[in-house]
Design a protein around this ligand. Structure first.
Ligand code: ACO
Ligand code: KIV
Ligand code: MN
Length: 519
């Protein structure tokens, strides 16, 4: 038996069936192109009878496809199959996929007994096969279908000319041992089973879709049906990135290969998340934001010494630039030192100890400590020497603007007071600073983060200013967002003054032009 496992992507059909995941025509074309480029063997592009839009998308994708087979879904009736063929026939490698529910629950819906259903399967597969030499049969809800009847449906489909037999676990009911056994038994017991490819199609209702799909492959399936990010109805379908990476990483126990260029995984995952509106959960395997991120000290220390300590695959293999070691309350000295070195701060053990204490204090108040936070933290010690200090601030705001800020600012040891207005309380506050300390520095970034939840949350404000190519960031936290904004702005200005003095010693006017307007 071949070691090649075909990847059948159904993001555009079963994935799109997730409530709210509808994609536009152009988005579908774009995703199909990305799937084709990443090496997916078969793209199920839609359900042509479902709507004009689906029909057009499948037809267009069929025309544009380069390498992948293009498949359309159709119920087990001639009208659906004909419509499907009309759409997929434009592809260089078209496939018709037809199905019916074979379990007792599903047989009851069209009210067909076993014999009638067997006849329907025979007729429909024969009809499809007369149109196209690449026909996939699915006995929907196979895992809840009586063994003898399932075997009979598969047997009939093969005799009628199906080239792929798909065994769907439609409601995510099976488990890995059963999944493997089912395929194995069908291959052993159905006539001419070796003339077709067996396929597995799993859903994640019990969180076992990936395990069940891989088990089916171990049982002899050579096609996995899956979707990007595991998009799909209810708990979703098998995630393409999970099965592909599992087979790549655990070749020792799963000696199979796929044609997928795994370095394209992240890109398509992000695009599918955007167009479907289904964000990927942070801790999702392979493509989640945290899949290659380590915050805790012991893990970060291990990763810095040998990345294999806490990673079973390389982030580069899925298209990421590398591992991320975000700093937070669980981080240790090793990661802090590595980050500081990366930011250009070399320090001895004692200094690091001191910064570490202040870092932990900040991390306790903040979800994640960013590079700018660290820079601000290291420079916090210098506040004694600051030329500008906020002494007092009162802001009047409300619906009837302009908002007014009254500020007392200490400039070089002398207090100065002013009143300024602006478009909103923050603008009024910044205008007050400008009135008291004239400067040409340009505000590049103003960001407010909530440290905690609730209306009494601390706001952390980051401000980035630029003048003549010199950049300085300021940061401050306060339960009053406007006060935090004023302090962060003044903080950034102080740093810009220091930078200016360093680049032009002895000159008071180089870099920042300032006059004390409060004189
Ligand atoms: C597990 C799966 O993912 S199966 C695929 C599910 N995907 C979809 O349903 C998305 C696309 N579907 C649609 O747009 C619509 O359901 C359509 C266009 C296909 C059909 O719409 P309608 O004609 O209004 O039928 P409706 O959706 O209400 O009911 C489904 C009909 O299909 C029949 N049916 C369901 N599955 C099959 C099948 N595999 N083969 C034949 N008939 C089927 C049902 O018995 C029912 O027929 P009835 O109206 O004679 O009772
Ligand atoms: C149409 C079939 C293959 C399906 O999506 C399912 O059974 O889950
Ligand atoms: Mn499905």
């Amino acid at each position: 038996m071949t070691d090649q496992v075909l990847i059948f992507d159904t993001t555009l059909r079963d994935g799109e069936q997730s409530p709210g995941a509808t994609m536009s025509h152009d988005e579908k074309l774009e995703i199909a192109e990305m799937l084709d480029e990443m090496g997916v063997d078969i793209i199920e592009a839609g359900f042509p009878i479902a709507s004009e839009g689906d029909f057009n998308a499948v037809s267009e994708i069929a025309k544009l496809s380069k390498n992948a087979q293009i498949c359309g879904l159709s119920r087990a009736n001639f009208k659906d199959i004909d419509r499907c063929w009309e759409a997929v026939k434009h592809a260089s490698k078209p496939r018709i996929h037809t199905f019916i529910g074979t379990s007792p629950l599903h047989r009851a819906i069209p009210n067909l007994d076993m014999d009638q259903m067997a006849e329907r399967i025979h007729d429909c597969v024969t009809h499809a096969r007369n149109l196209c030499d690449n026909v996939q049969w699915s006995s929907m809800d196979a895992t809840r279908t009586e063994w003898d009847f399932l075997k009979r449906t598969v047997d009939i489909a093969i005799k009628a000319g199906a080239t792929t037999i798909n065994i769907p676990d439609t409601v995510g009911y099976t488990e890995p041992v059963e999944s493997a056994d089912l395929i194995k038994r069908l291959i052993e017991e159905v006539d001419r089973a070796d003339t077709v490819i067996f396929s597995t199609h799993c859903h994640n209702d019990l969180g076992m879709a990936t395990a069940n799909s891989l088990a089916a492959v171990q049982g002899g399936a050579r096609q996995i049906e899956c979707t990007i990010n595991g998009l799909g109805e209810r708990a979703g379908n098998t995630a393409l990135e999970e099965v592909v990476m599992a087979m790549k990483v655990r070749k020792d126990v799963m000696p199979y290969r796929t044609g997928i260029d795994t370095t394209k995984i992240m890109n398509i995952s992000r695009r599918v998340a955007t167009v479907s509106g289904f964000n990927v959960q942070f801790n999702k395997a392979i493509v989640g934001k945290n899949a290659f991120a380590h915050e805790s000290g012991i893990h970060q220390d291990g990763m810095l010494k040998n990345r294999e300590t806490f990673e079973v695959m390389r982030p580069e293999d899925v298209g990421l630039s590398g591992t991320s070691l975000p700093l937070g309350k669980h981080s240790g000295r090793a990661a802090l030192r590595a980050k500081l070195t990366e930011l250009g701060f070399e320090m001895g053990d004692n200094e690091l100890k001191d910064v570490f204490v202040r870092f932990k204090d900040l991390a306790d108040r903040k979800k994640e400590v960013f590079d700018d936070d660290l820079i601000a933290l290291i420079r916090q010690n210098d506040t004694e020497d600051d030329r500008l200090k906020l002494k007092d601030l009162t802001v009047i705001c409300g619906m009837n603007g302009p908002q007014k800020a009254t500020m007392v600012l200490e400039v070089d040891g002398t207090d100065h007071t002013t009143q300024a207005t602006g478009d909103g309380p923050v603008d009024a506050t910044f205008n007050a600073v400008k009135a008291l300390f004239d400067h040409n520095a340009r505000l590049q970034l103003y960001q407010v983060h909530a440290v905690t939840e609730g209306t009494d949350a601390q706001a952390t404000v980051s401000v980035r200013m630029e003048e003549d190519g010199r950049i300085a960031t300021g940061q401050s936290a306060d339960t009053d967002t406007v006060v935090a904004s004023a302090k962060a702005y003044i903080n950034a200005l102080n740093r810009l003054i220091v930078k200016r003095e360093k680049t032009a010693p002895g000159s008071d006017t180089a870099g920042i032009k300032y006059t004390d307007a409060g004189e």
